[in-house]
Design a protein around this ligand. Sequence first.
Ligand SMILES: Cc1ncc(COP(=O)(O)O)c(C=O)c1O
Length: 386
Amino acid sequence: MSKIPFNKPEIVGRELYYIAQAIMNGHSSGNGTFSRHAEVALEKNLENLVDVQLTTSCTSALETSALLLNVGPGDEIILPSYTFVSTANAFALRGAKLSFVDVEADTMNISVDAIARAITPATKAIVPVNYAGISCDMDALLDLAQAHDIAVCEDAAQSIGSKYKGRPLGTFGDIASFSFHETKNIICGEGGALAVRNENYIERAEIIREKGTDRSKFFRGEIDKYSWVDLGSSYILSDILSAFLLAQLEQIEDITTHRRALFYRYKENLDHLVNMAEFDLGISIVPDYNECNGHIFYITLHDTPQRQRLIAYLKERDIMSVFHYVPLHQSPYGKSHSVAERSLPVTEEKAGQLLRLPLYPSLQMDQVDTICNYVTDFFEAEKKAL
Ligand SMILES: Cc1ncc(COP(=O)(O)O)c(C=O)c1O
């Protein structure tokens, strides 16, 4: 059997043709033809509930969100510790303190009860991360945020193609940030998008993305010169990468359907692990309110040494598996920039147990079956060794 990587960034349609066109068009920087087409395609995918502006990454979309909300020293941001560094760094850059809270053990998504306990008069925003394309109970989260008049910035880096109660994730917060990094379901190398639901932020987001200038208005012929009007940065996605992205977005239905099928095959094959009395194992679950995009399939193991053994066992069989985040509240920078030192028992325990299995567009069902057979054999051997 040939090697099964953990992820494989793949060409799925007209990427190379569109990229060549973007270069030949003579407009390869941002805000070009492909950028507009990709933004419209993404808006359509998000059921036209948000205004989409492409960015160089999800990180820059999150940084734009922090600027849009005027986050500054004295503000507190509530977020999970079990996330990628950018979720926190974007707000720390503006001088805010981070209020890390725990996740739910079954989904690794932020606990709404924990958010309720962490709210203070200084809370400026809540940043839920839709881990693995699954969400927390968005209705409960939005009710809480509304009751306290706090902004919600969804970290939708992994959410493209997922829904909550029939509505796309990334359309619930005032603002959401998507990622098209090569590890995501829809890719363009490095890229992202800001999805703005609160109309008050649309015009300023354009300015922040354009180095703090009103150049976008100038290009549309709405003003006769552009100038520096606000803080900003260089966050616009080039038309070359937008061309790559558009070709991927054209295949989003097929990509998502296939990934979802692989995800449910894993689930079906490995469901028996949760009944293995010896080890207290877990597998990805999808709450009734979500429709998932098959972004990540994971197992939670008995402990970290057992996880290391399974990684090695699969690697010997040319199958790559990868753990995920190291909790941010325990990181050197996170510790010194948190509101309070909290112990987050679920995060601390599960972060050491979670292991992701291969999932990418050209992975086949029989390969998933092979991986699952090895995983099952591994646990049978572990049982015998007890
Ligand atoms: C939850 C989360 N937020 C933000 C990011 C950052 O995305 P990007 O690499 O597009 O900046 C990632 C990337 O993996 C992520 O998983």
